[in-house]
Each structure stands twice: as structure tokens, then as C-alpha cells.
Design a binder for this molecule. Structure first.
Ligand SMILES: NC(=O)c1ccc[n+]([C@@H]2O[C@H](COP(=O)([O-])OP(=O)(O)OC[C@H]3O[C@@H](n4cnc5c(N)ncnc54)[C@H](O)[C@@H]3O)[C@@H](O)[C@H]2O)c1
Length: 269
């Protein structure tokens, strides 16, 4: 790559991108960032209304976005999303597996139904997304880029998230396996492993049932996290979206099978 092209390589003009989990939090921020960088973004979420809200936000900002109601637990829905995107737009250049859920509790107390529930979304859902995207991208001369959401929970043990952590560790492994398989077809596969950021998933620790925030509880949760983070800060969804955009764009064209860790330094691997 010539030096003059380095900065423009961070743009995503004309790329066709799918983001799962685009209705909220990191997925939403990633969809907005990709659209802001020039991508055509299909916002997919099991909550179709929220996905449509994100797409509307993209359009209102002058970007190109559409939405799809997709449950990543169902392979047929994920495959159909990939095919529809390629049919509608002519290519599938970026696929971000961001949809995820949390199941909490100690490992010894995790029941089978909860284990199945989180594996269905956080592990199999990502697997289905990887398969669907890779099937199409490997048939394109320009290949494509797949970005998976792992977590700092996969890097270091923390209390009550063992089922979540096992899925996020599996995401790292499947990222590497697929990267190895499809690299020669110009398809790159990388992951982001964020530290704690405030979203609907994490905000519930201090959001009351009526939607108001318990400020005292908020500080009780965030202060120790901040204190244990080398950068002494809590990340924001845009911090993760920036990493997703980098991995999606040609700026990372020499990277595959890697894990980027926007986590304030909480885990250094
Ligand atoms: N927030 C954090 O601190 C943090 C840290 C590390 C990793 N992550 C990961 O980042 C991703 C996004 O998390 P977030 O914090 O933005 O959560 P969030 O709850 O704000 O957003 C998750 C989105 O995924 C969607 N979703 C859930 N199940 C789905 C399904 N079956 N099919 C399609 N969509 C589905 C939800 O509707 C929601 O819009 C997750 O994979 C999460 O594990 C989050």
C-alpha cells in the first residue's frame, strides 16, 4: 500500500456490510461508524424495530442503511440474510457478528437451559454468521472481512460469567480456524475483545425497571472497574466501533486471525 493511501484505507466507501446486533450498543455504534465511513449497512437484529431505528439514524445522517429482523440462533435466517444482501447490493464485503446476550452465575450453578441459551446466540450464532459470510466472500475476487465480538472475559477470569466467557473464548478459536481456512481466498477474519462498556447489556446493573438510572449503584459498579483499569476509564461504544471499523476496512488488510482488545488495558495478552 502506498503511503498516500494509508488514510483513505480507513474508509469503507461502497463496501456492503452486515452488522448483527445492530439494534443496540456496540452493534449499533459499529453500524453507524461503518455507514459514516461510506459503507452500505444492513442492520440486523432479533429486535426488528431497534434495527430499523439504527437504519433510520444512518439514513437521516446521509448514509445508506436498511434493516432486517434476524435471529442468529437460526441458521436458515442467517444464510438468507447473507444471500439477500448479496442479491440486493451485488456483493458482501463486511460481516460483523456482534449480536450477543449475557447469562450470569457461578459455573457450578449454571443450569443446562441457560447454557444452551447462551451457546445458541453467542457461539452458534457467530458460527452461523461466519459460515454464511465466508460462503459468499470466498466466491468474490475481492474476498471480504469478517469481524467477531469476543470479550475481555475470554482473556481473564471474572466472577459469574463462566458460560459467557466460554462462548467468547470459542469465538476467538473459530476466528482463527476460519482465518486459516479462507485467507488464500482474500477473506480476513478477526475479532474484537472489548472491556466493559456501557450498553443495555451492562447498564442493567443500575437501571431501574422504570428506566431511570440509580446513580449511587452506577458509581458503586463503575468506580472499582475504573480503579482496576490501567487507563482509569470506562470505555464507550464508539471506542469499540473504531476497532470494528479498522478491522472491516482495508487499513487492516494484512491482519487476519487476530484479536483487537479495546479494553483500557484491563487484560494485556
Ligand atoms: N458491553 C460490554 O461491556 C461488552 C464487553 C465485551 C463484549 N461485548 C459483546 O459485544 C456484543 C454487543 O454487546 P452490547 O453490550 O452492545 O449488548 P446490547 O445488549 O446492547 O446489544 C446486543 C444486541 O444483540 C441483539 N441480539 C440478542 N440476541 C440476538 C439474536 N438471537 N439474534 C439477533 N440479535 C440478537 C439484541 O437485540 C441487541 O440489540 C455482544 O456480543 C457482547 O457479548 C460487550
Amino acid at each position: 500500500m502506498q503511503l498516500a493511501h494509508v488514510i483513505e484505507s480507513f474508509r469503507a466507501d461502497g463496501k456492503v456490510a452486515v452488522v448483527t446486533g445492530a439494534g443496540s450498543g456496540i452493534g449499533r455504534a459499529s453500524a453507524l461508524a461503518l455507514a459514516g465511513a461510506g459503507a452500505i449497512v444492513v442492520c440486523a437484529d432479533v429486535d426488528g424495530q431497534r434495527a430499523a431505528d439504527t437504519a433510520a439514524h444512518i439514513e437521516a445522517s446521509g448514509g445508506v442503511g436498511s434493516s432486517a429482523t434476524v435471529d442468529v440462533r437460526h441458521r436458515s435466517e442467517v444464510e438468507a440474510l447473507a444471500d439477500r444482501t448479496k442479491d440486493d447490493h451485488g456483493s458482501l464485503d463486511v460481516w460483523c457478528n456482534i449480536a450477543g446476550i449475557m447469562v450470569e452465575g457461578p459455573m457450578v450453578g449454571t443450569d443446562e437451559a441457560d447454557l444452551d441459551r447462551i451457546i445458541a446466540v453467542n457461539l452458534k450464532g457467530v458460527h452461523f454468521g461466519c459460515q454464511a459470510a465466508a460462503r459468499i466472500m470466498t466466491g468474490q475476487p475481492a474476498g471480504g472481512s469478517i469481524v467477531n465480538a469476543s470479550s475481555a472475559a475470554a482473556d481473564a477470569p471474572s466472577p459469574n460469567v463462566s458460560a459467557y466467557a466460554l462462548c467468547k473464548a470459542a469465538v476467538v478459536q473459530m476466528t482463527k480456524s476460519l482465518a486459516f481456512e479462507v485467507g488464500r481466498r482474500h477473506v480476513r477474519v478477526n475479532a474484537v475483545a472489548p472491556g466493559f462498556v456501557l450498553t443495555n447489556m451492562t447498564g442493567r446493573y443500575f437501571v431501574r425497571p422504570d428506566g431511570t438510572v440509580d446513580e449511587e449503584m452506577r458509581e458503586a459498579v463503575l468506580a472499582p472497574m475504573r480503579a482496576h483499569t490501567p487507563l482509569r476509564m470506562i470505555g464507550e461504544v464508539e471506542d469499540i466501533a473504531a476497532a470494528v471499523l479498522y478491522l472491516a476496512s482495508d487499513a487492516s488488510r494484512f491482519m487476519t486471525g487476530q484479536v483487537l482488545r479495546p479494553n483500557g488495558g484491563v487484560a494485556m495478552v
